[in-house]
Ligand binder design. Sequence first.
Ligand SMILES: Nc1ncnc2c1ncn2[C@@H]1O[C@H](COP(=O)(O)OP(=O)(O)O)[C@@H](O)[C@H]1O
Ligand SMILES: [Mg+2]
Length: 338
Amino acid sequence: MSTLLEVKNLKTSFFTHLGEIQAVRGASFTLNQGEVLGIVGESGSGKSVTALSVMGLIEEPGKIKEGEILFEGQDLTRYSNSQMSELRGNEISMIFQDPMTSLNPVYTIQNQMVEVLRRHQKIGKAEARKRAIEMLRLVGIPEPEKRIKNYPHEFSGGMRQRVMIANALSCGPKLLIADEPTTALDVTIQAQILDLMNELKERINAAIILITHDLGVIAEVCDHIVVMYGGSIMETGTEKDIFYNPQHPYTNGLHKSIPKMTTEQKSRLIPIRGTPPDLLHPPAGCPFSARCPHTMAVCLEDAPPTYGISDTQTSACWLMDEKAPKVDNYVSGGKGIE
Ligand SMILES: Nc1ncnc2c1ncn2[C@@H]1O[C@H](COP(=O)(O)OP(=O)(O)O)[C@@H](O)[C@H]1O
Ligand SMILES: [Mg+2]
């Protein structure tokens, strides 16, 4: 399978009057064509800043300091603003948590979708309208010929998110980035939107990056998962690796804090103790060291290297070092993080 996106050692900071906020501190990951990559981590981990860096949407006082973002082999960090805006909406599109931030409340859906299509695809109005209706139908909007004449506020939250997805997909992007697309929705609608994304990945030929703070929602949707914390990547693996054989104590902490809907017995939800690191003064060692139940002296001093665990899995944790003690850390055993 060929590589669509390769992010290498990305560092993005915000230079504020308080100092440098190191939002992304050296992130590397790869996405193959047609695959779904999940990026998961608590709020403030650097997920959105990673996505906005790929989109070329980091604004002052933010800056990509270092690293490469290779999209089909071309380094987007070297693109001009006009090259990036050409790419956005054509090759790469993004949907946000709150559809009202990207849908304009004063225009009908038809106006907005037709405008985007005409701008990027250079097609006539009738053709653009036809394509917009097709997209609305694809994402499960009933009676799209009628509904296309509505304004955003005339849709429910779930339907509005479907309209956003239709809008983002209308130009046939190679990459769709969905940043917490279901977080503002209630649980039933969340499940419907994730089902839709699952179905779409079969039908459209786009790769998807699905960002969420909730590991629980992405089971069965993603091919690969990147676990982020404190601006760094803690663990990467296939969905199976991350759900059945997590290696990083942070990933394990995320697991223990999700409700297990399927088991009869009530499993206790264990939140991960403590708060995320201050990215104005990030710790010298592992970002998770202050909260980890297995912290060793080295964890406080040096950031861990990324250890390869298998062909598909990596973990940035000193416990992977051959000299580290063997601990019973993981989901099935151990005491958890308390
Ligand atoms: N425009 C900004 N100015 C200053 N700091 C920012 C800005 N955007 C994000 N940050 C900081 O960058 C860090 C990562 O944020 P973000 O990527 O939004 O986290 P996530 O999406 O994982 O919740 C946070 O500490 C946040 O406060
Ligand atoms: Mg975010």
